[in-house]
Design a protein around this ligand. Structure first.
Ligand code: MG
Length: 366
């Protein structure tokens, strides 16, 4: 590994000191703790874009997290960084997401407006620091500082102040490890590509619609110039095109970041944290492809009437459940009940729910 990679030697360690494992390094151990957590299993039934019951072939938060982890590991390996740490952060990065995707999180944030708000990255950290209860000697999963640092991708200043060292960078405006920066980009690459695919599979994005996205059209044209498109299934042509787009993103971020690390004369993890910008980045040209994908998806998929309708139902479920548990605090499971923090307890419980569990409870209330 490179000198500027996170390692057991330069790690700030765990909040509650533990003996070393004879079999696994600290970051592999973190990864395994996440894999065995209840919050991780629940990602299986949480919406990415399409709610779970829309169909079995769409991404869920779980499969999304696995794809982010695969991309992250590959980039970390190519750059000589800590692959285990990137994998860990990727698997945990969405643990704090509410049911029903972004709609769920926006509405819960609104419900919590006068009670400290709801931030999903902060919630992911709360899950691994506090809400998972599996060990006698400490609360949460007692992950290494570097895993926690990576999980807390964004944080408001008011929450950062409460978090000690892991919140410091939002106050000092410094940067996290390269392994964490990889996961940020891998997350964006993964969802932009897989949402195009899911959009196509759902019938919302046709091939002619997709070809209005220049980057898609260039990659598609490149493909059909090489093959006899009439003899190949349309679906396969789309998947090959998306695969090529993903390759361009991953290849570019790898080469461009190597160049940035060299040009900035980065020698240590301190250099990484104190540098004046991120060091894992796409080149300007390819970055514009990614933002084109983002804008295309917003207009043509995320704001499509069929997706909107799914999210409208979600909002009603979250608001009704929030009000119900605030009025009937006794109905909250004991694990979540902190009397002096009534609203936070309700938000913790609601955000941990899967789509179908939230729907079932909602039905039982009516
Ligand atoms: Mg994500």
């Amino acid at each position: 590994m490179k000198k500027y990679a996170v390692s057991e030697d330069n790690s700030f360690g765990r909040e509650y000191p533990e003996n070393k494992s004879p079999l696994r390094n600290d970051f592999q151990r973190d990864r395994d703790r996440i894999l065995h957590s209840a919050a991780f299993r629940r990602l299986m039934y949480k919406t990415q874009v399409f709610v779970n019951h829309e169909g079995d072939m769409f991404r869920t938060r779980l499969t999304h997290s696995l794809e982010v982890s695969q991309i992250s590991r590959g980039i970390a390996r190519s750059l000589g960084l800590n692959e285990d740490l990137s994998e860990t952060i990727a698997l945990a990065h969405d643990l704090g997401h509410t049911p029903f995707g972004h709609a769920g999180q926006d509405i819960l944030n609104r419900c919590m407006k006068s009670h400290g708000g709801f931030e999903h990255n902060y919630q992911s950290l709360r899950v691994v620091d506090k809400l998972e209860k599996r060990y006698c000697h400490f609360p949460g999963l007692n992950l290494t500082f570097e895993s926690r640092e990576g999980i807390l991708k964004h944080c408001s200043k008011k929450n950062a102040i409460l978090l000690g060292r892991v919140g410091q960078r939002f106050i000092n405006k410094t940067y996290p490890s390269l392994e964490a920066q990889i996961v940020d980009i891998a997350d964006a690459i993964a969802y932009n590509i897989h949402d195009l695919e899911d959009g196509y599979r759902s019938g919302i994005l046709s091939i002619s619609k997709l070809r209005q996205l220049d980057f898609f059209d260039e990659s598609y044209t490149h493909l059909i110039n090489k093959i006899n498109a009439n003899q190949v299934d349309e679906k396969v042509c789309i998947y090959e095109t998306l695969r090529r787009m993903m390759f361009i993103f991953i290849n570019d971020v790898t080469n461009n970041s190597l160049q940035l690390l060299r040009d900035s004369n980065i020698k240590s993890i301190d250099d990484v944290r104190n540098h004046n910008s991120t060091l894992i980045d796409l080149s300007e040209h390819v970055e514009s492809y990614l933002s084109d994908c983002r804008n295309f998806l917003r207009t043509n998929l995320y704001e499509h009437s069929r997706v909107n309708e799914m999210t409208r139902n979600a909002q009603k479920v979250i608001v009704d459940l929030f009000n119900y548990y605030v009025d009937n605090f006794e109905a909250l499971p004991n694990d979540y009940k902190i009397r002096e923090k009534k609203y936070r307890s309700v938000a913790d419980f609601l955000s941990g729910m899967t789509d179908r569990f939230a729907n079932e409870i909602h039905k039982s209330l009516n």
